[in-house]
Design a protein around this ligand. Sequence first.
Ligand code: GLU
Length: 299
Amino acid sequence: MRKTRGASVAATVSALLVLTACGGEDASTGEAPEPSVEPSASFEAGTTMAEIQQAGTITVGTKFDQPGFGLANLEGTPEGFDVTVAEHVAGQLGIAPEDIEWVEAPSARREDLIANGDVDMVVATYTINDRRRERITFAGPYYVAGQQIMVNADNTTINGPEDLAVNPDVQVCSVTGSTPAENIRQYLASPDQLTTFEVYDDCVTAMQNGQVDALTTDNVILTGYVAENEGQFKLVGEQFTEEPYGIGIEKGDTAFCEFINDALQQMADDGAYEEAWTSTAGQYEGTEVPQLPEPDPCV
Ligand code: GLU
């Protein structure tokens, strides 16, 4: 049951960073397309859609430190592809961008935020997988990324995941609770080669300090760090996993899942999906305009 409104929200979210959208543009991204807001949409009573519409606000978990997907701007409002996708879904519920409450959703916290009812949905480079599906339901996918490795621009030792085990002094960074942190283990000589932090920003700082030699996560996240730290980093090797991004919602909320899938299709049909991409993550070199993938069944 949805419990992100009222007293419970104050208690459960008080420890979280909660921001309300207030506009503004990050210099690195273009003007993201304005969502069409449907104030007259009507929903069956008792559905999550009806509850959100009636509340006039929606709480969305996203990343605050991932350029191109979810990056807090100078006003503290996140911007990027995930944010724009979330704004369009909210628009279909009659919620304008300024009425969205943004909650930072670090990788390891996403299932808890959803299962505890702290957010209505999570749009945060969130790979769909069966382990996560034990606790939540995914709408989508709306994008398919792949894991890759980023190293310092002058590194000639690491050219892909196979080079990690043969260079056991090399330290790799990733984020706790992320799929890349798990996937990379099979390529390491020992678990000591992996350093994990709560958010990717800390890995980037650790790269800059020389504490770690490589950062591994999804290619599109790394592309943002390469672009935003000119000349410092490069991607090496090919992507070696598939990471289909879903929108996480309360487990079993099939009607909301289907609603979100329809909203994504609507975005693709009216060109907003492509525009959302080209004005955000698509601004970075080496990215390609995606096609909206076929949705998974809402089970
Ligand atoms: N897509 C991967 C995941 O959901 C990595 C990106 C992230 O940590 O958000 O775990």
